[in-house]
Design a protein around this ligand. Structure first.
Ligand SMILES: [Zn+2]
Length: 185
């Protein structure tokens, strides 16, 4: 069936809607990735975006030190003489921050989009918060104890997780694009 074309009221051309717009899952994963760029962690930048059943974003987070804890004084290293001198005992994961940052009463029934498969500690939070689904992009720590325990918990709790398969690998944010509409001129 031929697509219906609407006449453009301004110039008489036929104008079809854009074809390359972001689809919802791409959009939410892109929001997670944009949020990750706020992270000060030199080795791992992870973002998470929580979406309700109406496709509305209700929480965003990225990995960072707890509020009020100076991220210039806490360690960012992955290994040290003592674990106390690594980032691990201190850093808040993106999933925790996204849940805590929620702007709705709760996140029950929501979907979490997250750049990296959640660890076991985040799986506990996701389960207790009542999230209903996880969409992740990377699973690079699949074989670690943390991820194995995470999958065990999520499966028992009946929370499905699926890997996001991007149709495009690059989404460009171009602040100058607004000039095409003459808005800044
Ligand atoms: Zn985690």
């Amino acid at each position: 069936m031929a697509e219906q074309q609407q006449p453009d009221l301004l110039n008489g051309n036929t104008t079809k809607k854009r074809e390359d717009y972001l689809e919802w899952p791409e959009y939410f994963m892109a929001v997670a990735f944009l949020s990750a760029q706020r992270s000060k962690d030199p080795s791992s930048q992870v973002g998470a975006c929580i979406v309700n059943q109406e496709n509305k974003i209700v929480g965003i987070g990225y990995n960072g030190m707890p509020n009020g804890c100076d991220d210039d004084l806490l360690p960012w290293s992955r290994s040290a003489d003592s674990r106390l001198n690594t980032k691990y005992p201190y850093v808040c994961h993106a999933e925790l921050n996204a849940i805590m940052n929620k702007n709705s009463a709760d996140v029950k029934g929501c979907t979490m989009y997250v750049a990296l498969f959640p660890c076991n500690e985040c799986a506990k939070l996701i389960i207790q918060a009542g999230l209903k689904e996880i969409v992740y992009l990377s699973d690079k720590y699949h074989d670690t104890l943390e991820m194995t325990a995470s999958r065990r918990l999520l499966s028992m709790a009946g929370i499905p997780y699926r890997q996001f398969k991007p149709k495009r690998t690059k989404i460009v944010i171009d602040f100058d694009s607004i000039n095409h509409y003459g808005m800044l001129s």
